[in-house]
Design a protein around this ligand. Structure first.
Ligand code: MOS
Length: 767
């Protein structure tokens, strides 16, 4: 009986997954809410059109904004003719650098804990143009159509200055060591150059990946009002708290004078942060004295919101005849602007990928005059795994070895660079289970050997990887309310929901932890007025939420025991001796000693109990090398006549710790894989090297996968909990895209004998 009750009991987990602690009991807590598929709680609201997105908030007397964009890459605005626009129907304000309010530049991300601007340029404060597409005017009008029309009537004269818009020019101008979050992107152990020179088997090639633009289904938007000197921004944001703080700094506001909400976001992937449009919208609202709704057109997203920058990567591998790696060189170039600090850190996923005594990893940067690039789903790993995992496949061909066997041969026992042990690494299990399910044994090792009429059939595979992170600063506020003998919990987290299921998973985790039903738990999020700060980035939000809920639950239990007092069956017990279950607390080793939350609150004559607690510091990251892993299997059909490539099957076999909500997790993995298919076969920003203008700023000309491009995607996972993370989970938001482009390229080689090292794999490259 006690054993049975124990299975349900959820005891406290004080910093339990960190060194010296015991694992979070929920890690081993099977058959509870965690691990059971739950549909998105916000799904019905979205289907009914009742979920209000950023561009659907309404203020009285609101006006609509449109932007005009510069057409030169660098120089000055010599003259602006605003007369026609000012006299156009419905126009309320034309704002340029001549009349914009004075504002501080936003800090650039990575240079301070709160700054979330992608660049530290002043926004519309002078006549300078820094990129082709920079907003140079804001027009406010009574309707969106009037604002758009008036914007088209403006005339700008520019004094162009020398600019760097071609890659060759940029390289000739000099390259620098790349930094990521202030750290140099360079790792060296042993002597990779010498080991490569003497290795009996080598491959040495350059891989290229193009620029990518962000295309969330919801273009960026904000509805903004100044009320009593304070600023309200209804935004589409994946970093709510930090963004509110940075906007406050731009306008010299105190923390309590800015409120940013973002209840629903139509996709983020790294781009739903602070860009010029929110700041310009707030400035125009200030100048006009009226609330503003600013929505970027699809073209506007390409002009204002940066994407993934290009890379040129050399991967040189040296190995023994049995496949054992002797040298691993992964170096190359990425491009960024003079005013930001986000190169594509393509070596991140290589650091812990393979055992090798001699490793050299390095990212250099060249600078171009263009829109500041930014985070895009698995920045670094997405394009880095394309190069590395293509090279591993090339080495397997050179060695006449099965590419899975080659990877398993080089599986490291500890992190090859940091020397830290892995917290949880079961990639070999993922490979074996995936190979079995996919039918890898049916692959022909001879390229071009399998054929179905005009179609050449091939199979390829690749490893995907993404680190586990947990950013500090997360907190949770739990409000327990009693109505008679019913209790409800309101769990508030300063987190962001981009549509991936965070609010649902938070409810699952909170309900399990508190011993309440899903119906008894409501979750608040996406509001800068909630204490703490968590961002939906780096695939770390769910771990941060878990740690915050653990901390707040611990605080709640301590408060409840105090309230329970001497008349309670729990009298005299310390927080470590009790756990939550079935709407109350019980003694861990004697569950008969229990009292419900409602009873405790009632005896104390309380209807409400509120606790706020900050999560523990992410010390686990200092003790272990922590990563999500995947094995991606892909089958392609390439038409021998037209070179049309179709991905016919794809399987992702994941090792990402414990999966909290299989339903939303499966969707995350699939979405990542689809984005990977786009990277492999179609996505490419066309950048005019003569003038730095993006030439394909629309979904008609920038291709992303549509349903016809997406085969059945099979997803499986090890579900092996990591004892060193809250709830045993790893991040799953970004791992899905990694490895996919290489798996496709490797399958194309297997089908055709042609090795494409330059994404996307379009048919012209195969003919
Ligand atoms: Mo992500 S690229 O951390 O949204």
């Amino acid at each position: 009986l006690v054993q049975g009750a124990m299975a349900k009991l959820v005891p406290l987990a004080p910093d339990s997954w960190i060194p010296g602690g015991v694992p979070d009991p929920l890690i081993a807590h099977k058959h509870g809410k965690i691990g059971t598929p739950v549909s998105r709680l916000d799904g019905p609201l979205k289907v009914r059109g009742e979920a209000r997105f950023a561009a659907e908030f309404v203020f009285d007397d609101m006006v609509y904004a449109a932007l005009a964009y510069a057409t030169i890459p660098r120089g000055r605005i010599a003259a602006i003719d605003t007369a026609a626009a000012e006299h156009a129907p419905g126009v309320v304000l034309v704002m340029t650098h001549r009349n914009a309010p004075r504002m501080n530049p936003p800090g650039v991300f990575g240079s301070s804990p709160t700054a979330v601007g992608p660049a530290d340029l002043p926004i519309m404060q002078d006549d300078r143009v820094h990129w082709n597409g920079q907003p140079v005017a804001v027009v406010l009008a009574e309707t969106q159509e009037q604002a758009d029309h008036a914007t088209s009537l403006m005339r700008f004269t520019y004094a162009a200055e020398p600019s760097t818009t071609s890659l060759d020019q940029a390289k000739a101008a000099g390259i620098e060591q790349g930094l990521f979050m202030g750290q140099p992107l360079i790792d060296e152990i042993g002597d990779a150059t010498a080991a490569f020179a003497t290795a009996p088997h080598t491959v040495d090639n350059v891989y290229r990946t193009p620029r990518h633009n962000h295309n969330p289904i919801e273009p960026h938007a904000a509805t903004i009002a100044w009320i009593d000197g304070g600023l309200i921004v209804h935004d589409a944001s994946q970093m709510v708290t930090a963004q509110a703080q940075t906007i406050g700094e731009v306008f010299d506001l105190k923390a309590d004078q800015v409120r940013l909400t973002s209840p629903y976001v139509g996709g983020g992937f790294g781009c739903k942060g602070l860009w010029d449009h929110q700041i310009l919208g707030a400035a125009a609202a200030k100048l006009s004295g009226r609330p503003v709704r600013i929505t970027l057109s699809r073209e506007g997203v390409y002009r204002v919101v940066g994407g993934r920058t290009l890379t040129e990567q050399r991967v040189a591998l040296g190995a023994q005849a049995d496949g054992g790696l002797e040298a691993l060189i992964h170096t190359g170039l990425s491009v960024m602007t003079p005013h930001n600090n986000m190169p594509e850190p393509f070596i991140l996923g290589t650091r812990a990928a393979y055992a090798c005594p001699n490793i050299h990893l390095q990212v250099n940067i060249a600078k171009m005059n263009m829109l500041a690039n930014t985070f895009m789903r698995a920045p670094g790993e997405s394009v880095g795994t394309f190069a590395l995992e293509s090279a591993i496949d090339e080495l397997a061909v050179e060695l006449a070895m099965d590419p899975i066997a080659l990877r398993i041969r080089n599986e490291p026992e500890k992190d090859p660079i940091s020397g830290l042990p892995f917290s949880s690494r079961h990639i070999v299990e993922a490979w074996r289970a995936g190979a079995e399910k996919f039918g890898w044994a049916a692959r022909s090792t001879n390229s071009g050997a399998r054929r179905d009429g005009e179609w050449l059939i091939g199979m390829g595979c690749a490893t995907g990887t993404y680190p586990y992170y947990r950013m500090p600063g997360a907190a949770a506020r739990i409000t327990l309310t009693r109505d008679g003998d019913t209790v409800r919990a309101f769990v508030e987290i300063a987190a962001a929901e981009m549509g991936m299921g965070t609010s649902t998973t938070t409810a699952i985790v909170a309900a399990e932890r508190l011993g309440l039903s899903m119906e008894q738990v409501n979750v608040g999020y996406g509001d800068s007025s909630i204490p703490g700060a968590i961002m939906a980035g780096g695939s770390q939000q769910t771990a941060a939420i878990g740690a915050a809920v653990i901390a707040a639950h611990n605080a709640l239990v301590a408060e409840l025991l105090k309230l329970a007092g001497n008349d309670s069956p729990l009298a005299g017990l310390s927080p470590g001796e009790v756990g939550s279950e079935d709407g109350g607390l019980a003694k861990l080793d004697d569950p008969a000693r229990r009292e419900s939350y409602a009873s405790i609150l009632a005896r104390a004559q309380r209807d409400e109990l509120v606790v706020v607690e900050e999560a523990s510091q992410p010390l686990e990251l200092m003790h272990w090398s922590m990563h999500s892993h995947s094995a991606i299997f892909c089958e392609v059909r390439v038409n021998a006549v037209t070179a049309e490539t179709r991905v016919s099957r794809i399987l992702g076999s994941f090792d990402c710790g414990r999966i909290l909500n299989p339903k939303t997790a499966r969707s995350q993995f699939r979405g990542g894989i689809i984005m990977g298919l786009g990277m492999a076969l179609m996505e490419e920003t066309q950048f005019d090297e003569r003038n730095g203008r993006i030439m394909n700023p629309s979904l008609a000309e920038y291709h992303v996968p549509v349903h016809l491009d997406v085969p059945d995607i099979d997803v499986m996972w090890t579900d092996i909990a990591d004892p060193h993370t809250p709830m045993g989970a790893h991040g799953i938001g970004e791992i899905g895209i990694t490895g996919v482009a290489a798996a496709v390229a490797n399958a194309v080689f297997n089908a055709t004998g042609k090795r494409i090292r330059d994404l996307p794999i379009t048919l012209d490259k195969l003919l």
